[in-house]
Design a protein. Sequence first.
Length: 142
Amino acid sequence: MIRITSFILTFLMASVAAAQAMEIEKFDNMAGPDQGDYIVVLIQGAQKVLVQSGRKDLAGKIHTLFTTTIPGDDAPIGSVEFERNLARARLADLRNLEKNPQAARLEVEDAMAVTLKKNGIALPTSFYTVASGFRPVLPPKK
């Protein structure tokens, strides 16, 4: 319950800038390669906004998080944690909709922000617009 609450709080704090972010439901409808491309845009965008805000050190931490793999794992630490947080956000999103069908939807950026925050990387609110120009290339899932 506490983890779900953290997603909701992150969402509420970023709701002003979130108009440009992607709802999880829309992300889930994208083809796999487009989802992967979107995540790369978020990672690179997070690094960019941190560098622009004078936090090159934190941008380096993101690089390390998403390139370091624990022996025996196939994916980098950051990718594993992000996927776990995205799954939690999906659940929180569904629970919010059950309570209120008009509730604002959680976004992929929320899961990324939580992942980074748990690793000591706080993002400026400008992060929520880094992928605003992203357009999927492939047809959506059916």
